[in-house]
Design a protein around this ligand. Structure first.
Ligand code: HEC
Ligand code: HEC
Ligand code: HEC
Length: 442
């Protein structure tokens, strides 16, 4: 769609906007003082699509793709009868504190640790608009409305290192694991977006074998503050206390799915550590037999057909990395399912789905091109459980070369999680270690 057309649609939308947007009379100029109403409205729409649409649907009708996996139906936000019964404050609180905070289902996540108050008020206005409800003019609490996103707890290297040392000894305590399971399944919304076994949502990765796929220090750091690791992730910060994050990490670490035993034929690859320098050369050599860089992105360099591997050495376990190379289809990274489109002209297009709206599909093709196909030209499309990554590395690379690649991938760690394996804390880390070990033992 051209920019001009988009602007035109937005303008039309604004002109037709219900009175709810007109801030109440006694309140002087519109609160989003630094932004025009137009920009504010566009941002609220974007936030809704990014954080809410998977459950509530693109148009708010409660029919997002994830809704069928939830035990409780997400509210239909276009239902004027439902929406008009709520005050603005009530809707604000629902979004800010999540379902659990207002005695409703925990499957509605908390957003108050992720979005600013201004952004949440924008969403309240957006919901009124979705419902066509102008019965509650929005009077923003001027002066108390915060424009800044909340500052999450800061996680330091000392933190994570202390956690890891303690955790490796204590992790399998039954009470810790069962508390973690309860938090995951019944209290903290995790189940709304993640699958374990045959249950749970599909917004985030399937965690059935989380203990095989992820390192515990990554789980701990990620669940406490996902935005710290990936700024634009759709996963909200659920405001976990440190002891809750530990319990959830303990629970997830016990999950091994069907891979509790490492296959025997993987033995040789893990026997000896490879040479990271040689692995790096192999990874980047465009004429080499691996040419991983053609598809993968590391710290600003490389292709984008495959997953960003900038932190993969901290997040993924060695056996997971090995499996990714030997058998890429075993686990498909979230957001990288390949899809096949058959056009009405009988042309096949394969690529990774990057977006979809009412009228078109956007696909990143194997050749690295981003194309948008109008739906009226599509005869059929199908998401496949197939990886776009070549499946024959086992045959074209030697054991040694794969060991080298693994050694290189393992060096890809952000500073806060780098080389946590060494047993002693240095004195600086000792100082910044903010976790009270007593609290952990509780
Ligand atoms: C993972 C799924 C999920 C996501 C994501 C989600 N919701 Fe919900 N939402 C729900 C469910 C389930 C309910 C129903 C809760 C109940 O009735 O107990 C709900 C209910 C609501 C309600 C009505 C609450 C009431 O008073 O009954 C509002 C308003 C709402 N959500 C807004 C939002 C907004 C805004 C976002 C994005 C910032 C969002 N939701 C993201 C699942 C979700
Ligand atoms: C509203 C949906 C939503 C909720 C609620 C949610 N997650 Fe996530 N989660 C995601 C998405 C989406 C991703 C994929 C992250 C990405 O790549 O941006 C993710 C990723 C993850 C990952 C993998 C991180 C990685 O590096 O790939 C773990 C582990 C995880 N979530 C655990 C949890 C736990 C534990 C909870 C509950 C405390 C939870 N999630 C709640 C959506 C959610
Ligand atoms: C033709 C493109 C392509 C090439 C070449 C390629 N990959 Fe991939 N890779 C992908 C895609 C797409 C995914 C995501 C789908 C999946 O999980 O299989 C992926 C996933 C991965 C993952 C899993 C990431 C995660 O955290 O889930 C790793 C590790 C990986 N590739 C390593 C490599 C290495 C090492 C090489 C070179 C030997 C390589 N890839 C070559 C496309 C490619």
């Amino acid at each position: 769609m051209s920019v001009a057309l988009k602007t035109l649609i937005l303008m039309a939308w604004l002109i037709g906007m219900p009175a709810s947007w007109a801030w109440a009379d006694e309140v002087p100029p519109p609160p989003p003082s630094t932004k025009s109403a137009l920009k504010f409205a566009a941002e609220s729409e974007r936030l809704f699509q990014h954080y809410c649409a998977h459950c509530h649907g693109t148009h708010g009708e409660g029919d997002g793709y994830n809704s069928e996996f939830l035990e409780k139906d997400p509210a239909d936000l276009t239902d004027i009868e439902f929406v008009s019964k709520k005050t603005n404050d009530q809707i604000f609180r629902t979004i800010h504190q999540g379902g659990a905070g207002i005695r409703k289902s925990h499957l509605m996540p908390v957003f108050g640790n992720t979005l600013s108050e201004e952004e949440i008020w924008g969403l309240v206005a957006h919901i009124r608009k979705l419902a066509g409800d102008d019965s509650h003019p929005l009077t923003l609490p001027l002066g108390v409305m915060k424009k800044a996103r909340p500052e999450p707890i800061s996680l330091t290297r000392g933190h994570v290192k202390a956690f890891l040392q303690w955790f490796l000894k204590e992790k399998s305590k039954d009470e810790l694991v069962s508390w973690g399971r309860r938090l995951f399944e019944e209290k903290k919304s995790c189940f709304a977006c993640h699958r374990v076994g045959d249950e749970g949502g599909k917004v985030g990765p399937d965690l059935t074998r989380a203990g095989f796929d992820y390192k515990p220090e990554w789980l701990f750091a990620w669940v406490q503050n996902p935005q710290n690791m990936k700024k634009k992730t759709k996963m909200p910060n659920l405001g976990l206390r440190t002891d809750e994050a530990i319990a959830i990490t303990a629970f997830l670490s016990t999950l091994k799915g069907e891979v509790s035993e490492i296959p025997e034929e993987w033995g040789p690859y893990m026997e000896t550590a490879g040479d990271p320098k040689r692995g790096e050369a192999l990874f980047y050599d465009p004429d080499g037999k691996a040419n991983c860089v053609k598809c993968h992105w590391i710290l600003g360099k490389g292709g984008k057909v495959g997953a960003n591997l900038s932190m993969v050495g901290s997040s993924r376990t060695l056996p997971f990395l090995l499996e990714s190379i030997l058998d890429p289809t075993a686990v498909i990274t979230v957001g990288f399912s390949s899809m096949m489109v058959l056009t009405k002209e009988k042309k096949f297009i394969t690529g990774i789905k990057k977006g979809e709206d009412d009228s078109s599909l956007t696909i990143f093709t194997k050749e690295g091109k981003l194309i948008t196909i109008p739906k009226e030209r599509i005869k059929k499309f199908k998401v496949q459980k197939l990886s776009m990554m070549p499946g024959n590395y086992k045959d074209i690379l030697t054991v040694r070369e794969i060991q080298d690649l693994l050694a290189y991938l393992n060096t890809l760690q952000p500073p806060i999680l780098k080389n946590l394996g060494s047993p002693e804390l240095d004195s600086e880390e000792e100082e910044e270690r903010a976790i009270d070990i007593q609290l952990l033992r509780k």
